[in-house]
Design a protein around this ligand. Structure first.
Ligand SMILES: [Zn+2]
Length: 196
């Protein structure tokens, strides 16, 4: 495993915050973050069952949407090979959230290293945690594992946790779209050349 399970889980949350809360393209169609139902969107981006949308205040949702846009900039910079830009964007987020490590323990379990923010509000806490996990990726051999989907008309992001670091797409949907397009292109080439 590349990261400890806590960091891995935070990277997954970073990916889903970016994919749910930032505008762009998704699997071949334009995607707009649902600004009128931002709290609901935030709750779907966070780990299942962790937060009731009714408990997410508007300013907290807006803060997370802003963090998501900053995190998207990190994925895009890495994708373009601009690691210096990714590092600057992350340092800004680490600083604005006041990200800091802290040992926490649930009764009866061993101490675990968690990442907190300047305060323990929902938005600052998750932003700080995700920023720290991304910083651990950027500051290791795994920087290149942050990616933006290579399929046409999609800019959703992913963290490549495959063994051979060969992932290119946000989802199997996009992988299949690309395969189907390549197949159609081959068929069209065949009929143009007169082959059966
Ligand atoms: Zn995609």
């Amino acid at each position: 495993m590349m990261y400890d399970s806590h960091v891995g889980a935070l990277l997954d949350v970073a990916v889903s915050l970016v994919n749910v809360l930032t505008d762009g393209m998704q699997r071949g169609k334009p995607y707009t973050a649902p600004s009128d139902k931002l709290a609901v969107a935030v709750s779907t981006a966070l780990p299942p069952g962790s937060t009731d949308p009714a408990d997410i205040e508007e300013d907290q949702a807006a803060y997370l949407a802003h963090s998501a846009r900053q995190m998207r900039a990190v994925f895009e910079a890495v994708d373009e090979g601009l690691i210096d830009d990714a590092a600057s964007a992350l340092n800004a987020l680490l600083s604005s959230t006041g990200a800091r490590p802290q040992l926490d323990r649930v009764d009866g379990e061993p101490w675990q290293l968690h990442f907190h923010g300047a305060n323990d509000s929902l938005a600052v806490g998750w932003s700080a945690g995700c920023a720290t996990a991304l910083a651990l990726a950027i500051g290791s051999d795994h920087a290149g594992r942050l990616g933006v989907c290579q399929a046409a008309q999609c800019d959703r992001v992913y963290v490549d946790s495959s063994r051979n670091a060969a992932r290119q797409f946000c989802s199997t949907t996009c992988q299949n779209r690309v395969k189907a397009a390549a197949f159609r292109a081959r068929q069209a080439g065949k009929s143009e050349s007169g082959a059966p």
